[in-house]
Design a protein around this ligand. Structure first.
Ligand code: SF4
Length: 233
C-alpha cells in the first residue's frame, strides 16, 4: 500500500541508489576528464582501455565538462581516435594484408582529377595530380584493397562485399571518429588517419602517419624502397 513502511523504504533505497549512480558517473567523468586533459597536453595516453570504455559511455558528459574548462569537442574527438588507434594497433598488425582495406576520401583528389565513378568507387588513373595515385600503387602491390570513397554508404557496402578484417580510414576528424566507432561495433580492426586540412577538394592527408599505419605487420622484405622511411622500428 502507498505510504506503508516497506513501500517508503523501497522508495528511499531507489533514491539513494540513483544519487550513488549519479555521483559515480560524475566521478568517472572527472577522472576521464583529467586523463584526457593529460593526454592532450602530453600526447601520452594512460589507462587506454578504461579511457576507451569511459569515453564511449560518457562522451557527452566529458564533452560538456571540457567545454566548461574551455576545450573544444575536437580535442575530445582527437583523443578518441588516438585511443582507438593505440588499442587496435596490435590486432591490426596481426591481420594479413590481403584481408585489409584502405578507404580514401574523394576530397584528397586534385580538382582536375580525371577518375571516373565505378561501382567500387572512383577509379584512380594515377595521373600524378595528387598523392592517391602513388599510394594506391604501393598499397595494392603490398596486397591491400584500396577504395576512393564517393559517398557515405559506400564503405558499408564494400565491407559487406569483401569482409575485410582490418581497415584504414582516412578523412576529416568526425568522419574518422565515427568510422572507427562503427567498425568496432562490427568487429573490424580500424585505424584512423585524420586529414591535415579539411574541405571538399584538394585536402591534405597526414601521409607519414598513414604509411606508418599501413606498414604495420608487413614483412620488411616486401616494403618498397620509397616507403622504408615510414617503417617504425
Ligand atoms: S592520382 Fe588518381 S585520384 Fe589523384 S587526381 Fe589523379 S586520378 Fe585522381
Amino acid at each position: 500500500m502507498i505510504g506503508s513502511a516497506p513501500y517508503a523504504h523501497i522508495l528511499m533505497l531507489i533514491g539513494e541508489l540513483t544519487v550513488l549512480i549519479i555521483l559515480l558517473i560524475l566521478f568517472c567523468g572527472f577522472i576521464i576528464l583529467i586523463l584526457t586533459a593529460y593526454a592532450i597536453r602530453t600526447g601520452n595516453i594512460l589507462f587506454p582501455t578504461f579511457m576507451r570504455g569511459g569515453l564511449l559511455f560518457l562522451e557527452g558528459l566529458v564533452r560538456g565538462l571540457f567545454r566548461v574548462f574551455g576545450f573544444e569537442d575536437t580535442d575530445v574527438f582527437r583523443i578518441i581516435v588516438t585511443l582507438q588507434n593505440t588499442l587496435n594497433r596490435r590486432a591490426f598488425m596481426a591481420v594479413p594484408v590481403q584481408e585489409r582495406a584502405v578507404f580514401f576520401p574523394q576530397c584528397l583528389r586534385a580538382a582536375a582529377c580525371p577518375a571516373h565513378l565505378h561501382e567500387e568507387g572512383l577509379k584512380c588513373r594515377s595521373c600524378g595530380l595528387c598523392r592517391i595515385g602513388e599510394a594506391r600503387q604501393h598499397l595494392e602491390e603490398l596486397g591491400y584493397r584500396v577504395f576512393i570513397v564517393p559517398g557515405s554508404s559506400f564503405i558499408k557496402r564494400m565491407i559487406k562485399k569483401y569482409h575485410p578484417r582490418a581497415i584504414i580510414g582516412v578523412g576529416c576528424l568526425l568522419e574518422v571518429k565515427e568510422g572507427i566507432e562503427m567498425s568496432s561495433q562490427i568487429n573490424i580492426n580500424a585505424m584512423g588517419v585524420v586529414n591535415m586540412s579539411d574541405g571538399c577538394v584538394e585536402t591534405s592527408a597526414d601521409w607519414k602517419t598513414f604509411y606508418q599505419i599501413a606498414l604495420l605487420g608487413i614483412d620488411p622484405e616486401k616494403i618498397p624502397k620509397d616507403l622504408k622511411k615510414y617503417q617504425e622500428s
